[in-house]
Ligand binder design. Sequence first.
Ligand SMILES: NC(=O)c1ccc[n+]([C@@H]2O[C@H](COP(=O)([O-])OP(=O)(O)OC[C@H]3O[C@@H](n4cnc5c(N)ncnc54)[C@H](O)[C@@H]3O)[C@@H](O)[C@H]2O)c1
Length: 322
Amino acid sequence: MNITIIGGGGFLGQKLARALVARGTLDGRQISCITLADVNDPAGITDARVPIKTARCDITDPASVAQVVTGETDVIYHLAAVVSSHAEEEFEEGMQINLHGTLNILERCRELDSVPLLVFTSSLAVYGGEVPDPITEVSLLNPQSSYGTQKAIGELLVNDYARKGYIDGRGVRLPTISIRPGKPNRAASSFMSSILREPLNGQMANCPVDEDFQHYYLSPRKCVENLIRVAEISAGDLGGNRILQMPGRTLSIRQMIDAMTAVAGSEPARLITWQPEEAVRQIVGGWRFDINADRALALGLEADGSFEENVRAYIEDDRPAG
Ligand SMILES: NC(=O)c1ccc[n+]([C@@H]2O[C@H](COP(=O)([O-])OP(=O)(O)OC[C@H]3O[C@@H](n4cnc5c(N)ncnc54)[C@H](O)[C@@H]3O)[C@@H](O)[C@H]2O)c1
């Protein structure tokens, strides 16, 4: 089985590739090759168990997509995107990458005689506005950002290309993934990792919202397990709606900090400052957190047992040594 991860140089793409290599199989079939494709040269992964290729690919260019999605490609993970604040500030770039780039990948699949399985990563940003809680499978998609709108359109397209038989499509709305390693990114949710990551690394971090701010989270480990599981669900079990809400946990900032303290002691929490940031508050204040993921849970996707697990996973998998 040949797997191409588009956006394979990114945070989740790299973790997904490592998890697939460690498994060696997907849906009971041997993985023969993984291609990491990204607009920025993806970091290579060397592992004797599975050959891993890297390729430069810009999804805004159909010819570039055609080089990494071929008749030999069995599974495509489409993770490439520019994230929320970035897509909001650079409208044209967001449209080109998140919307037209997704369409280019789907159109490439349509050209092929094969019917590749495609997993698309959507977002909680598809929800918003005047829609009653809790958010369920049948809630109206009412995105309040360009990013959310681009993801919502991507979901519809994945459903339609699957209905037409061009792909075996699946989409998952990811919770906010925390604790994300590395540097802050241009997601409005960036602080939801940095207020834990930086203190766990011995550095200061600012929390721009109040401690009772609630949101819906999942660890990188669980997210990657779920991305693999999504590809293994039988098409029949998905039926006519190929899009799932990936399960997460709703937590306040205070609960996350308490979990960090339970795992790492009281020192990290002292490194958090509390300066309100109006621009961030305005974006995240409209985000939804009362979310029901029953269908995905019934299909075998999972949330973390507790936020302590997220903190431990960061320390074990990602915290820089020293
Ligand atoms: N991490 C989260 O909390 C979260 C939450 C909801 C949804 N998502 C979605 O999950 C996916 C992966 O997220 P991530 O956190 O790994 O993001 P990331 O930014 O780390 O990775 C995305 C990758 O896409 C690549 N990319 C951007 N433009 C491209 C282009 N034109 N052609 C090819 N590649 C391009 C980037 O170089 C980057 O490596 C994204 O689609 C994101 O919208 C993530």
